[in-house]
Design a protein around this ligand. Structure first.
Ligand code: EPU
Length: 434
């Protein structure tokens, strides 16, 4: 298995660009199941989760072709209504085909996603909402089976503002008879992006981006060719802001929309990081040493759980003590033990991590446990003394497009080594990076 090898201590400088947002692209891709047509989607990141969704769509009978970062999807009816365990177990976001399948094709059989590295992650709210819209849902042999002749509008109050749940129900409600109101809906920019795409196809959705979304069902969405460009990845952009800050570098992050990263940028500024907003990019300059700042994760517009591990890496080298609380997912602190292996002083109590900043982390072999945890370890590796080796990099491949190449281009001593070289622990060759 490949590893990422980093020699820490180099300030990053230059310009780095965030790719398209994985978590915006996934629901947009699932939504093509709502109607026949051709869809040319631009700014799609070529990461493993996107390839998994493309494969899932292909198995349902959708044509999918790549041209650089454009994905062309063609829907002319579908061949089956099933998302198999084999794919769903590798990517929970597969659940997002459930709403479109049952709304447009009257039935769906989708493997029930199990728990994952960051928590139990139930889908009860997705199912509750679909039931309220009239779907008949049973669970048998590990599969969700849903049927409906036509969904009807409903008022659905979500106990939690679930992101993919909001997206699933919004897609389903698009073709329901009558009006659906989603209360306590997720406000994430990815939800807004999906609503924009659906409205471009003739859906009637208002309020996306607020806690109440209203969807007036239509009989069908318009066919023909639809072109759409996905928003940039705010989490990737935020990760690179911290890369600039933690290495005491001077980095321009392109594809960074400050209004989508306010909570993160506010915390970085409080930690002494200098941020300058420019057209289409944000300049970041790291202080000699950041100051400790507390952070607690929350649904958008709060501090994103998807930035918690990266922020913890920064706090691990800050002056003073910070308290980082993970309030969205119950088990999303697995990176702590790995950061400790790099010399971080962190104590965990339940969902809270008390981080006592140290002056210097020390490079070590560490293991990635999920996508964002891996990003946190890369950031720690960029500032640690000596060499860090990050194992299980397939987590990173799920959501960061060409991260190693992008970081190399701004001066990081980072490279990916193949399983063979990783096993014998050879040093990278002279001139080949670290
Ligand atoms: N929840 C329920 N019942 C449900 C659905 C959610 O109790 O039916 C709970 C969850 O257990 C969690 C909270 O609600 O405690 C919020 O979870 P949410 O449903 O919003 O998460 P998600 O939709 O499964 C998306 C992203 C995640 C991101 C979270 C939170 C996609 C494909 N995934 O997941 O992204 O962490 O929202 O912002 O959009 C990642 O990219 O690394 C990632 C994990």
């Amino acid at each position: 298995m490949d590893q990422i090898v980093i020699r820490g201590g180099r300030p990053l400088s230059g310009e780095i660009t965030a790719s398209g947002a994985k978590n915006a692209a996934l629901p947009v891709m699932a939504s093509v199941l709502l109607g026949d047509g051709d869809y040319e989607l631009s700014n799609i990141p070529r990461v493993v989760d996107i390839h998994t969704m493309a494969e899932l769509l292909r198995r349902l009978g959708v044509g999918a072709q790549w041209a650089d970062n454009r994905l062309i999807l063609s829907v002319r009816g579908i061949e089956r209504c099933e998302a198999a365990y084999e794919l769903v177990k590798t990517m929970r976001a597969s659940i997002m085909v459930l709403g479109p399948l049952v709304a447009r094709w009257g039935q769906a059989r989708v493997s029930l996603p199990g728990g994952c590295a960051i928590g139990a992650r139930p889908v009860n709210l997705h199912l509750m909402g679909l039931r309220k819209m009239g779907a008949e849902i049973t669970i048998a042999h590990g599969y969700i089976e849903a049927k409906a002749s036509r969904l009807h509008g409903a008022t659905i109050a979500l106990d939690q503002p679930t992101v993919t749940g909001t997206e699933n129900l919004m897609m389903a409600a698009t073709l329901a008879q009558g009006t659906t109101v989603l209360d306590n809906a997720a406000c994430e920019p990815e939800v807004v992006d999906l609503a924009t795409f659906l409205n471009q196809r003739g859906a009637r959705i208002s309020g996306a981006g607020s806690r109440r979304i209203t969807i007036e069902g239509v009989d069908r969405l318009s066919g023909g060719l639809h072109r759409y460009t996905i928003i940039s990845d705010r989490i990737e952009a935020g990760t690179y802001l911290i890369a600039g800050a933690i290495t005491r570098g001077r980095l321009a992050v392109r594809g960074c929309r400050p209004e989508q990263l306010e909570a993160v940028m506010g915390k970085l500024e409080a930690a002494g990081v200098v941020l300058r907003k420019e057209a289409g990019r944000v300049m970041v300059e790291g202080p000699p040493r950041p100051t400790a700042v507390d952070a607690a994760t929350a649904p958008y517009p709060g501090f994103p759980t998807d930035m918690q591990a990266q922020f913890m890496a920064l706090m691990a080298v800050a002056k003073g003590q910070s308290l980082i609380s993970e309030l969205v997912f119950e088990q999303r602190l697995t990176h702590v033990a790995e950061l400790q292996r790099m010399g971080a002083q962190i104590q965990v109590q339940g969902v809270h991590a008390k981080v006592q900043g140290v002056e210097q982390l020390s490079g070590a072999p560490v293991m990635a446990s999920d996508l964002r945890a891996s990003a946190g370890l890369v950031l720690a590796g960029l500032v640690a003394d000596g060499e860090s080796r990050i194992q299980r990099v397939y987590h990173l491949d799920r959501g960061y497009e060409r991260m190693v190449e992008k970081l190399q281009a701004v001066g990081a001593a980072i490279e990916r080594v193949s399983g063979e070289r990783a096993r014998v622990g050879r040093q990278p060759e002279a001139g080949a990076g670290p």
